[in-house]
Design a protein around this ligand. Sequence first.
Ligand SMILES: [Zn+2]
Ligand SMILES: [Zn+2]
Length: 303
Amino acid sequence: MLPKEPPRRPQLGFLYLPPYRVQGVSIAGEATAVQVPELDIGFDIGECPRAMLTSNTVAISHGHMDHIAALIYYFSQRSFQGMGTGKIVCHPDLAEPIHNLMGALVNIERQRTPYEVVTMNPEDQIPLKGNVVLRAFPTIHTVPSLGYSCVEMRSKLRADLVGTPQEQLMQLKEKGEEITELHEIPQVTYMGDTLWGKHFERPEVLDAKVLITECTFLEPGHRKRAGVGKHLHLDDIIQLLEMFRGEHVVLTHMSRRTNLSVVRTTLDKYVPSDLREKLHVLMDGRTNRARYEAQLAEAEARE
Ligand SMILES: [Zn+2]
Ligand SMILES: [Zn+2]
């Protein structure tokens, strides 16, 4: 008998949540790497699929291997393919060990790989793209960890001036008065491994157009296990959905042992139907493909 072919690589998870694509891979303990090309950002780099290389910035949630293993490959491939120096954003506690790792790589490869590490404390923000900034916020895990939000800073007419005639506004402006104010509109928010906590009440989380969050445990009997590993359980997600004011919640970080058809039936069974519509599972290729095909058909019909 001939030996079997090796198992095929699973396709990348893909969701089109206009105007954003959310794509990547996420399996608990194995690898998580999620990318939003429209914002030129990746989150975590447990694996580095080709598509992920194009993100000029990768924000690391925490240092566990399934979230950081492909870091050296990301830097090295970008350099090899002439894509410019990649930039990693991470918790300050990770900076020194990453420098040590890159230093060790010089000795291993006998060549220097260009790289950039930017550290962020909770509440820090850095420019990301256009008028969108990247803001870090604290999450709770077994090691230092951060969540990230891509927040659009939109300048709008001051609320108390709405309805004021144009000439009057011009006069105020000429007098040097600020007639606009900044509005924060969270676009995409990402949380790697985390326990439930106060950070779930943040506007960056509850108002995000697209919220990407882990949900490691689904089974009703697994609540305790979620707590021990400082992970989320589906019960937390239901609580989140009840408060969520944004458009989409994308779940990541499920175990390979969790069968996707069981995921679908579990979500259908436990998540109230009005909340279910907002909920997606990144790695549920079948459901996401059907959804994308419907989007394609709809776009074609419009043309
Ligand atoms: Zn993990
Ligand atoms: Zn972890």
